[in-house]
Design a protein around this ligand. Structure first.
Ligand code: MF3
Ligand code: CO
Ligand code: CO
Length: 264
């Protein structure tokens, strides 16, 4: 269990790393408009990470992933590969997932961007996906069993008639991109791990408007919904604190506090 607890020196570095990943998402906002290609978005993020932030993209070359960020449009659930032929158009929803390394420490975050005027369904899907993440963040604190996170997300999402993707989960993060523990986004009572102060991990629910099943495309990366329904995802890297959590990848315009506390 102790190997999942970060030391103060590591936490300091994770705060710096997390802020940079958040800033990439803030920076790219104004470019995510109709007629830009996902390759151009990739290039702008890449240059910003390398030159402005003196950091590294963790995705580039990760198990052979060819680009610096993931861009997942509409029925793409995750791991979409930026491409100059993929042009954003009015009505699309796109997830941009950023993982950077600064001073040897990773941070991982993603959000949805709605392109121009989108359908009521698209808006609702994105809102529910974000709210499912927020609800799970609000219950994180030492002593909570890990399965509560998945239970909260799945109950909320299914009560809103959407479904949770089961194949991909959140993860511990630090010197490595993916560390223990696995953070499932659905009910799983056999997960006995109890949260402890100074754990750092991601929560990153993927929510479908139709069925939960997914398929990986022939490129070996792009994951789509099997029924071609829409999918949305939000991800944060968080630190478990004494009474709650601190969102290490918190963005300035978010409608949730960076530091959450359940102390009464
Ligand atoms: N950022 C993803 C995650 O949340 C992983 C992307 S791996 C890549 O865990 F190789 F596709 F970039
Ligand atoms: Co992640
Ligand atoms: Co990610």
């Amino acid at each position: 269990m102790n190997y999942m607890i970060k030391k103060p020196t590591e936490i300091k570095k994770m705060r710096i790393s997390g802020k940079i990943a958040a800033e990439v998402l803030e920076m790219i906002e104004k470019y995510v408009r109709p007629n830009i290609s996902t390759e151009d978005i990739n290039q702008i993020c890449h240059d910003y990470i390398i030159h402005e932030k003196k950091a590294i993209s963790a995705c580039l070359g990760y198990h052979g992933f060819p680009k610096s960020i993931c861009t997942s449009i509409n029925d793409v659930v995750c791991h979409g590969i930026p491409n100059k032929k993929k042009i954003l158009k009015e009505g699309d929803i796109v997830n941009i997932d950023i993982t950077i390394i600064k001073d040897n420490y990773h941070s991982d975050t993603s959000k949805m961007f709605l392109i121009g005027e989108t359908s009521i369904l698209s808006k609702r899907l994105c809102t529910i996906a974000q709210e499912s993440l927020y609800r799970s963040l609000k219950l994180v604190q030492p002593g909570i069993p890990l399965y509560k996170i998945g239970e909260t997300i799945q109950n909320y999402v299914e009560n809103n008639n959407f479904s949770v993707v089961k194949e991909y989960c959140g993860h511990g993060i630090g010197r490595n991109f993916h560390e223990e523990p696995h953070i499932l986004h659905y009910k799983n009572k056999d997960n006995n791990i109890v949260l402890k102060k100074d754990m750092i991990f991601t929560i990153e629910p993927m929510i479908n408007s139709g069925n939960p099943q997914v398929r990986c495309m022939k490129d070996g990366w792009t994951v789509k919904t099997k029924d071609r329904s829409l999918s949305a995802q939000y991800e944060h890297t968080i630190l478990v604190t004494e009474y709650g959590c601190e969102i290490l990848t918190w963005r300035k315009n978010e409608k949730i506090c960076q530091k959450l506390s359940n102390k009464n």
